[in-house]
Design a protein around this ligand. Structure first.
Ligand SMILES: C[S@@+](CC[C@H](N)C(=O)[O-])C[C@H]1O[C@@H](n2cnc3c(N)ncnc32)[C@H](O)[C@@H]1O
Length: 287
């Protein structure tokens, strides 16, 4: 298995969401292991607007990144479901030359990124890595993490944040996007998977996004995705809870910016939504 671009295929354009979805499905067939097919279907969900990806926070992230990034900055993307986060950084940087390393637990998004058309100003490498094993020290001018933290078991979150702090260069910044939401009640939890899956299927159909493979196989991954999504809700009820965890990890929180509210999922009589925040932090011991 190699992540070298397949010479028989055209390189992917990061704005070609259907092309990325097809590549994620194809490359994920023998790469998605521990994620239960999450990355096989992520691209289709993003193309249909079922998941927002980092684009949902672009209005907040793009100006923030444009203000923080300097020529020759070394940027570390801590968890990335597909090329979306890399593309957002590259567009925010414009002509500013950067070195970007993209890390994820799953090989699929890294393989999709390896198939991308290269952008002149940005040098990109990928790393298959559990962030709980990150050992970089003082290496990164900017670490960007989008929606990774809720994916990590609560017992590992502090450890990963401490490692991200150690990985920052002296003037470095962590930019962390995460969604807050109320914990599901038992009734809502029982309704969640079916409601979310039905809405996802409807949005895919309404958007006219083609399924990347056989419907049966796609639906099996969708069911796994819904069940796992439920486990990732309710980790943080408020932005203050995220800020407190960052402080426990030794960060100083410099900014906490409110971003988008996701569309509401109808669960029985009630609705359930998530609110996104973007926090900027640094290691105060370098101040
Ligand atoms: C919600 S997704 C990221 C979504 C983000 N909006 C994006 O488009 O990249 C979370 C990502 O973090 C990765 N991840 C979760 N735990 C990780 C860990 N311990 N180490 C590295 N990556 C991890 C998952 O594989 C997944 O790709």
């Amino acid at each position: 298995m190699t992540d070298d671009p397949d010479p028989s295929r055209d390189l992917l354009d990061p704005s070609d969401l259907i092309g990325l979805a097809a590549a994620g499905w194809r490359l994920g067939q023998d790469r998605c292991a521990g994620c239960g097919g999450y990355h096989r279907i992520w691209g289709t969900l993003r193309a249909a607007g079922v998941v927002g990806g980092p684009g949902a926070d672009e209005a907040v992230l793009a100006p923030l990144l444009a203000a923080l990034l300097k020529p020759a900055d070394r940027v570390f993307l801590a968890g990335s479901a597909d090329p979306g986060l890399l593309d957002l950084v590259a567009r925010a940087a414009g002509q500013i030359p950067l070195t970007v390393s993209v890390a994820d637990l799953c090989a699929t998004p890294l393989a999709v990124i390896a198939q991308l058309r290269r952008q002149a100003a940005t040098s990109v490498s990928t790393r298959r890595l559990d962030l709980a094993d990150l050992e970089d020290v003082g290496q990164w001018d900017l670490i960007l993490s989008h929606s990774m933290l809720p994916f990590v078991p609560p017992t590992q979150r502090l450890e990963i944040l401490v490692r991200l702090r150690r990985a920052l260069a002296p003037e470095g910044r962590l930019v962390l996007a995460a969604r807050t939401s109320a914990n599901l009640t038992a009734t809502e939890a029982a309704l969640h998977d079916q409601a979310w899956t039905a809405r996802a299927r409807k949005r895919i159909a309404d958007a006219g996004v083609p399924l990347p493979g056989p419907a049966e196989a796609f639906d099996a991954d969708l069911a796994t995705f819904a069940a796992r999504r439920q486990g990732q809700l309710g980790g943080f009820e408020t932005a203050e809870m995220i800020a407190r965890l960052l402080e426990q990890a030794g960060f100083e929180v410099l900014q906490s910016l409110k971003s988008q509210e996701t569309t509401r999922l109808l669960l029985g009589g009630g609705t359930h939504s998530r609110q996104s925040y973007v926090l900027v932090a640094r290691d105060p011991s370098f101040a």
